[in-house]
Design a protein around this ligand. Structure first.
Ligand code: SAM
Length: 269
């Protein structure tokens, strides 16, 4: 499964849904609870999981602009059917160069899920300044924060995690990525610009029976660690073999750290 394939996004969706921080979700719901209708922009929407996860917490009438640069994902996202009160509009756009085009016009809420760890410091700076200048609210979910906890523990886990996190900081299309530093950087920027923040962890908790996602994560981590070249290839291969055996023996569990936050102007419009 490739990084943003329909299959991978479908596999991770139930873990994302379970992980989303309930306090942050409640803060989003409370902010808009008295409204009749909302105009929402979902940046890097993928297959539309944020509509499914957040929609039930919002007022019934919702108009979503779903933004992504992958036409296949956009088509999947926009093929969802809801009742007549929820409308979806596909916006094909490369956010690395042109996020502002997606935020034109009256918007109540910007959502962004599993993207901020891919962006650069310069992009984040432009984004936060634009959001604050226009008084927008942002719900940012599932930003990877660098924590990987594996059980049973293996002597190479820390070195692999460190190589994976080094790979997370390489260019993902937006310049050198913030990777594990992204959520903290976004929160501190919004605070410095006078915004209020509600935040909390949204870790994936993956149990012994969740073999498919464990194998996918192991393959992804091995590929990232190999590209970084900080570890001898045989060490990586042996680690993978040990971890796969633990998955197959149904004794392996994983916790992958993420952060959610909701950023609002101190006085909401
Ligand atoms: C990890 S997926 C997250 C998708 C979705 N938000 C979710 O939570 O399931 C990252 C998404 O970012 C999109 N993406 C990556 N680079 C992009 C860019 N430069 N412009 C627009 N979308 C981009 C990918 O196509 C993919 O849908």
């Amino acid at each position: 499964m490739s990084g943003f394939s329909v299959e991978w996004l479908a596999l991770r969706e139930s873990y994302d849904l379970r992980a989303r921080n309930p306090i942050v979700l409640d803060a989003v719901a409370a902010a808009f609870g008295s409204r009749d209708a909302l105009r929402i922009v979902d940046l890097a929407c993928g297959a539309g999981s944020t509509v499914r996860a957040l929609g039930p917490h919002l007022p019934a009438r919702q108009h979503w602009d779903l933004v992504d640069n992958d036409p296949r994902l956009l088509a999947v996202a926009c093929s969802q059917t809801f009742n007549d009160d929820v409308t979806l509009n596909a916006v094909p756009l490369d956010l690395s160069s042109n996020f502002a085009a997606a935020l034109n016009g009256a918007k109540d809420l910007i959502t962004i899920s599993a993207l901020l760890d891919l962006v650069s410091e310069a992009w984040l700076d432009r984004f936060t300044r634009h959001v604050v200048a226009h008084g927008l609210c942002v719900y940012a979910a599932l930003t990877y924060d660098g924590r990987i906890a594996l059980s049973p523990a293996d002597p190479l886990d820390a070195a692999i995690t460190s190589a994976v996190n080094a790979h997370q900081r390489t260019d993902k299309g937006f310049g050198p990525a913030l990777g594990p530093a992204a959520a903290a950087a976004a929160i501190s920027r919004f605070k410095a610009l006078g915004y209020s923040i509600v935040h909390g962890q949204s870790d994936w908790t993956i149990g012994t029976a969740d073999e498919e996602i464990q194998h996918e994560l192991l393959d992804g981590w091995v590929s990232a660690a190999s590209e970084v070249k900080s570890l001898p290839r045989p060490d990586i291969d042996n680690w993978l073999a040990r971890r796969r055996s633990a998955v197959e023996a149904r004794v392996s569990t994983m916790r992958v750290g993420h952060v959610d936050f909701f950023a609002t102007p101190s006085v909401m419009r």
